[in-house]
Ligand binder design. Structure first.
Ligand code: KG4
Ligand code: ZN
Length: 339
């Protein structure tokens, strides 16, 4: 008999619901919030209000697309944290009420673990999943981590950012260029037409497998400020090259530490997860590394990179198998212990 689980994700600015049948995703509906575009970042109060408007239609649509009734659900999985408290509260409250009403177990999910465990979705028999232990470069708007994944729920963070996350570096660079939020996908788009060697930025010197991106952001800001003084059209005239150069530097920094970590741990199964794993340059470089370094690389399908509930549903399924259920008293948490 199959297990059906509804996953709910509301940690930041995307409201998402997904239905999974064992390890196969039947539906994955995402409502993006347009309200933040002109603010240069997510406005927490607007985000939680938009979640309230979106959550019921998104869940109804996920059930409809999966072609199942709510009474067939075996459990409700929801993101408990980390994220914006007001946003998390919407998903958490809905999940608790729905689980209670349907009299099915409630399963709390850690958003960062879920980004990684998205690799265990098996939409078809040809989908290959990583074997333990593997390293996962988890890079999103709020986190940059190198995680040693020993088992589904046994993960060690062996490297992390000491300041900005990789996604934040993309978004802040985009903001300096006058591009709307979230800027990562736009930098990626313009970079395709630019020269990655046009502008050089010094790389941070940080110990072990840790990252730092705030110096790069400042260097980028100063370059633009100084060049604009000489030529007010500097950004328009160099947009593609600026995007290609900053993207190239961020990707180079990310991969350098990942290579070090792979050597140090002697692990060559390498995965990438989180919103920045949608980036075309990092995807391309990782594929090249299979041949260059003998890595076996796992790159998530595009729809499972940025925030989505499919990753919550698969993690819910893996917890369901272990009967790891959550009490109705569970409250959301804003921060993980490590970034
Ligand atoms: O995982 P995610 O959707 O949300 C968080 O958990 O933070 O990641 C969002 C981040 C944003 O910073 C966004 O700009 C970045 O992922 N991102 C990208 C691309 N697509 C999304 N960064 C670079 N290139 C992309 N194609
Ligand atoms: Zn995320």
């Amino acid at each position: 008999m199959s297990t059906y689980i509804l996953g709910i994700e509301s940690s930041c600015d995307d409201t998402s619901a997904a239905v999974i049948q064992d390890q196969k995703i039947l539906s994955n509906v995402i409502a993006n919030q347009e309200v933040h575009k002109n603010f240069g970042g997510v406005v927490p109060e607007l985000a939680s209000r938009a979640h309230q408007q979106n959550i019921i239609p998104v869940i109804e649509s996920a059930l409809q697309k999966a072609n199942i009734s709510k009474n067939q659900l075996n459990a409700i999985a929801f993101t408990r944290g980390p994220g914006l408290l007001g946003s998390l509260l919407v998903g958490t409250s809905f999940a608790k009420t729905f689980a209670m009403g349907l009299d099915v177990p409630l399963i709390e999910i850690d958003h960062m673990q879920a980004h990684i465990l998205a690799h265990f979705i098996k939409d078809s028999d040809t989908d290959i999943v990583p074997s333990f232990p593997f390293l996962c470069l988890t890079v999103s708007g709020g986190h940059s981590q190198i995680v040693k994944v020993n088992d589904y729920f046994d993960m060690e963070i062996i490297g992390k950012t000491i300041d900005d996350a990789a996604g934040e570096a993309f978004d802040k660079a985009a903001k300096i260029l006058g591009l709307p939020y979230p800027g990562g996908p736009l930098v990626d788009k313009y970079a395709k037409l630019g020269n990655p060697e046009a502008f050089k930025f010094s790389e941070p010197r940080i110990k072990d497998f840790d990252y730092s991106f705030s110096g790069l952001k400042t260097a980028f800001l100063y370059l633009i400020r100084d060049e604009l003084k000489k030529n007010e059209h500097f950004i328009e005239e160099n947009l593609n090259d600026l995007c290609a150069s900053i993207q190239h530097t961020i990707v180079k920094v990310l991969l350098k530490k990942l290579i070090l970590a792979a050597k140090h741990t002697n692990i060559n199964e390498i995965a990438i997860a989180g919103g920045v794993s949608a980036n075309s340059e990092i995807r391309k470089r990782l594929i090249e590394m299979q041949a260059e370094l003998g890595w076996k690389v796992f790159i998530p399908k595009f729809q499972y990179t940025t925030d989505n509930a499919a990753m919550i549903a698969i993690t819910g399924y893996l917890k369901f198998l272990k009967s790891e259920f959550t009490d109705q008293k569970a409250k959301p948490y804003a921060r993980s212990i490590n970034r």
